[in-house]
Design a protein around this ligand. Structure first.
Ligand SMILES: *Cc1c(COP(=O)(O)O)cnc(C)c1O
Ligand SMILES: [Zn+2]
Length: 413
């Protein structure tokens, strides 16, 4: 990889050769992939990108840690739409709002970006089996992307994982272990099994290549905005890999001169589980919390990538915000009604946080904001129905339709 120098521990600074099956540093710290930006500047220009037909995350190969000979993964991951959301911007009282809908990815979440990277690196490592533990989306995205590439998967999920995500896993032919316990218990069991059998490890914050896949969401946002930097980007946070990846992508673009400033990140967590935000707000080290929210994808009491996430929020002079399950459900409805975008609870938590900050007057009225929807609502229909209610239910009779409209105050224009 001519574009990659090495991997470096974010804790102790130790340098590692960027081999495909990198895990944590011997000190326990997480590794970060370090690029040769002067090389990349020589081979990648905005014009080359603009002319590129590849509408997937692999359009950014020069900024990704893969060998030139490694094929693109088969499913089309990335290049999700960035919608200008004028109605919602007006409702929130801000000048410009864009909604990045990452729920349209092949397995319907932003995790596909990391899983596609995991599949590419497993192939470089010559591995035929990949394993991970996950709150649900990393699991289903790994199972799907691996299935398409002909790799076998062992997947560990907590028993609370929503049915839609488990259905994806079973459909993609993964061997699925539903762990009767918390995400923490699930992670621990997967760690032991991976040690025992030597599977390629797609665990969040263990494999440093994953956030390099996730960073493509930041690269895309900037290219889709024609390199005009927004003031804020709001996103939900669980383990912290997503926000850290987003920040890495933005910093890459800054390093190669594609953008001339950096946005502030908005880290949105659930009020029932916010260890990363609590660390920012108190200035203390992070400490574990209970996993008390319906937003299952961000119910992470022991964040695996706290170091990188905290650094990203601090470096960006970011904002933190916690939202209740009620506010998350309201945001689900709001995004649906104003944008036609259907997000799962964790998927809309960034938008819920943005709405809360706007209500508190913390976002200037002239701000340009991007809100990332990280997962699709069809993954968790039970919570969507809880949030948005049941339809009018009547027999097929016109008289009863008129009566139901009258009773519900519906006036047809
Ligand atoms: C995983 C996930 C997140 C949070 O990503 P982390 O890397 O765990 O912080 C947010 N939303 C959805 C839908 C997810 O699946
Ligand atoms: Zn180290």
């Amino acid at each position: 990889m001519k574009n990659v120098k090495h991997a470096k521990c974010v804790k102790c600074g130790k340098i590692y050769e960027a081999v495909p099956n990198l895990t944590n540093c011997s000190c326990g710290g997480i590794l970060d992939i370090v690029y040769d930006y002067s090389y990349i500047k020589g081979v990648l220009t905005k014009e080359t990108l603009a002319a590129r037909r590849d509408n997937s995350m692999w359009r950014y190969r020069e900024l990704l840690p893969v060998e030139e000979s490694t094929p693109n993964t088969p499913l089309r991951v990335g290049w999700s739409p960035l919608y200008q959301a004028d109605t919602l911007a007006r409702e929130l009282g801000i000048a410009r709002l864009y909604v990045k809908d990452d729920g349209i990815n092949p397995t319907a979440s932003l995790k596909d970006r990391a899983s596609a990277m995991a599949v590419a690196k497993a192939q470089e490592a010559g591995a035929g089996v990949i394993a991970c533990s996950s709150t649900g989306n990393a699991a289903s995205s790994l199972a799907g992307n691996a299935a398409a590439a002909g790799l076998k998967t062992y997947i560990f999920v907590p028993s609370r994982a929503p049915k839609g995500k488990v259905a994806q896993l079973m459909t993609f032919g993964a061997t699925v272990i539903s762990v009767q316990g918390s995400y923490e218990d699930t992670f621990e069991l997967s760690r032991q099994a991976i040690d025992k059998w030597g599977w390629y490890n797609r665990n969040a914050a263990i494999n440093p290549y994953l956030s390099e896949g996730k960073k493509t969401v930041g690269l895309e946002i900037m290219e889709q905005l024609d390199w005009q930097v927004p003031d804020y980007i709001a996103i939900s946070v669980g383990d912290g890999c997503t926000i850290a990846g987003l920040w890495k992508g933005l910093k890459d673009l800054y390093a190669i001169g594609f953008i001339d400033r950096l946005p502030r990140l908005i880290s949105a967590q659930a009020a029932g589980c916010y260890p990363i935000n609590r660390a920012i707000e108190t200035g203390a080290d992070w400490s574990p919390m209970e996993e008390n929210t319906l937003a299952d994808s961000i119910a992470v009491g022991v964040p695996r990538n706290a170091d990188k996430a905290l650094a990203a929020i601090r470096e960006s002079n970011g904002l933190t915000v916690e939202v209740t399950d009620g506010e998350i459900m309201a945001a689900q409805k709001l995004l649906g009604r104003t944008c036609g975008v259907f997000g799962e609870p964790a998927g809309v938590t960034g938008a819920a946080g943005l709405k809360k900050l706007c209500g508190q007057g913390k976002i200037p009225a002239d701000a340009t904001v991007v809100s990332v929807v990280t997962g699709n609502g069809l993954k968790d229909v039970a919570n969507a129905i809880n949030a948005c209610g049941e339809p009018i239910s009547i027999p097929g009779d016109m008289e009863l339709l008129l009566k139901a409209f009258a009773e519900n105050g519906i006036v047809v224009e």
